[in-house]
Design a protein around this ligand. Structure first.
Ligand SMILES: O=C(O)C(=O)C[C@]1(C(=O)O)C=C[C@@H](O)C=C1
Length: 302
């Protein structure tokens, strides 16, 4: 059975995401960088980590850890709806709650609910939703904002459930592995990249994006993170509709490799929503093949 490390401890949303990737031995790991370290060292076959939330945005710990050290690639993704339970030690009433702990993304998603329902509580950041449950169990904080399933793992009770400021909030998770043959194109794929471009060169981001636009490739996400050196130096994370096995995507990646300071391929994998990645007119593999055949005929004088 494959071994999958996930951002734990037991009962996180990330554990629920890991369970969607099929039968596996699941290994709870304390932080996102440590999940990725376990994959890089070969201790596990793959790792499940959150990448973005529809309310709180990018999970920066994941983005930074994917761009550093030995390369890893995403081989699958999963999108889960996010609604929370508030867990407390048995007998705690809402008015007793002075501190409420959780992952910063979870706190962002229940900010208004806490203000309205736990008026005496100060929010406190923890490494994950379930690590907050552990801290409440240990008596360090009064309440934890958790995945509903967390109550089955800890000696706590549910003070409130189905808590969310924003209906339909979702988190996207990635299953990452050491570089391996990418999954075959399915016709509904996403490709992820991290690109470092010339910071001082006017138009360098525009020309990077032009390589995609020229080939009719839809950009589905762009984020930047500082390179941790000078102010003004960033790494750009791009998600594209399409698969490295398609001519248009392979052509764009090759152009970025020529023109950027650094490109890290972060995987081509099936999209969770299975929405088709349809090449625009004149950008199918057949169009590229026909164009190459024409160039060959011209070279050969045929
Ligand atoms: O702490 C967890 O339970 C996680 O899986 C992390 C995470 C996140 O990073 O966004 C996942 C989903 C929720 O939005 C809150 C926290």
């Amino acid at each position: 059975m494959p071994r999958i490390a996930y951002f734990g401890p037991q009962g996180t949303f990330t554990e629920q995401a890991a369970r969607t990737f099929g039968d596996a031995d699941l290994v709870a790991v304390e932080t996102v960088p440590l999940v990725l370290a376990a994959v890089r060292s070969g201790e596990v076959d793959s790792g499940c980590v959150p990448i973005e939330n529809s309310v709180g945005g990018a999970v920066t710990a994941t983005m930074d850890a994917l761009a550093e050290d030995e390369p890893l690639i995403a081989v699958a993704e999963c999108v889960l709806p996010v609604r929370f339970s508030i867990l407390v030690r048995p007998g705690t009433r809402a008015e007793d709650v002075k501190t409420v702990a959780s992952h910063p993304h979870a706190l962002t998603q229940v900010h208004d609910w806490i203000a309205a329902n736990l008026p005496n509580a100060t929010p406190v950041a923890s490494t994950s939703t379930s690590s907050a449950a552990v801290l409440v169990q240990d008596g360090e904080f009064d309440a934890a904002v958790c995945a509903p399933v967390a109550v089955t793992h800890y000696s706590l009770e549910t003070l409130a459930t189905d808590v969310a400021d924003v209906d339909n909030a979702v988190t996207r998770f990635l299953l990452v592995s050491r570089p391996t043959r990418v999954p075959e194109p399915t016709g509904a794929d996403r490709t992820s990249l991290a690109v470092v471009i010339a910071h001082a060169e006017p138009g360098s981001l525009a020309s990077t994006l032009s390589e995609l636009a020229l080939r009719g490739i839809n950009l589905t996400r762009i984020e930047s993170r500082p390179l941790r050196g000078q102010i003004g130096e960033y790494r750009f994370y791009l998600d594209l509709d399409g698969h490295i096995g398609e001519e248009r995507v392979a052509g764009a990646l090759a152009a970025l490799h020529r023109n950027s300071n650094q490109v890290r391929f972060l995987g081509s994998y099936p999209k969770a929503d299975q929405s088709p990645s349809v090449p625009s007119a004149k950008n199918t593999d057949d169009d590229y093949q026909a164009a190459r055949d024409w160039v060959r005929r011209m070279r050969e004088g045929r």
